[in-house]
Design a binder for this molecule. Structure first.
Ligand code: GAR
Length: 203
């Protein structure tokens, strides 16, 4: 059964995952009432993408807040005002405070460009490439206080072929992300994702 809802995408950079989600909404693959972009980077390319798709984008300047908690208080205020029910991180490079995590408990999804728990952190694609693993991939997970350690919803492998350039691998990872994230988000919107401790059932 399809349930409509309000969603906020938090992003800090290029925004290709943001755009993949918006395209899925426009195609009617994802059923949303309302979607906004929230960003912590004034000049991020994701804002251009939001403009192109006529998505409301809200920039919150971290420099204006004394602490991470104060910044997140402002985010919560904005999301409450916009009646947001689900938060999707798409290349959002700030760690969320416990305050924010509690407000949206089990309602925050993230995508990470490796097979977690391997290669957590900011440079996962390059780290996996440099390590010389033959298989890497993409993880969609719930966000909890332990960074990159929330319950895993789904993973998709990407093989690193011999002589593959880093650029090629990046392209392959992003292509995989753009398919996987909207697919899982659809399941979440349809209440087909159930989390029990570390275990996540997707039906
Ligand atoms: C994506 O590859 C995403 O998995 C990664 O940032 C990139 C954002 O790309 N996220 C992380 O590394 C989180 N730890 P995009 O701005 O083009 O969507």
């Amino acid at each position: 059964m399809k349930t409509k809802t309000n969603l906020a995408i938090l992003a800090s950079g290029n925004g290709s995952n943001f755009e993949a989600i918006i395209k899925a909404v426009k195609k009617g693959f994802l059923n949303l009432d309302y979607c906004i972009l929230v960003t912590d980077k004034r000049n991020s390319f994701v804002r251009e993408r939001a403009k192109k798709h006529q998505i409301k984008d809200i920039f919150v300047d971290p420099k204006k807040f004394k602490s991470k908690k104060d910044f997140d208080k402002k985010l919560i205020q904005i999301l409450n005002k916009e009646k947001i029910k689900i938060v999707v991180l798409a290349g959002y490079m700030r760690i969320l405070s416990p305050l924010f995590l509690n407000r949206f408990k089990n309602k925050i999804l993230n995508i990470h460009p490796s097979l977690l728990p391997s290669f957590a952190g900011k440079n996962a694609i390059e780290d996996a490439y440099n390590y010389g693993v033959k298989v890497t991939g993409v993880t969609v997970h719930f966000v909890t206080q332990k960074v990159d350690q929330g319950p895993i919803i789904a993973q998709k492998t990407v093989f690193i072929k011999s002589n593959m350039e880093l650029k090629e691998l990046e392209k392959e990872i992003h292509k995989t992300e753009h398919k996987l994230y909207p697919k899982l988000l659809k399941k979440f919107l349809e209440n087909k994702i159930e989390v029990k401790g570390r275990h996540v059932k997707v039906t």
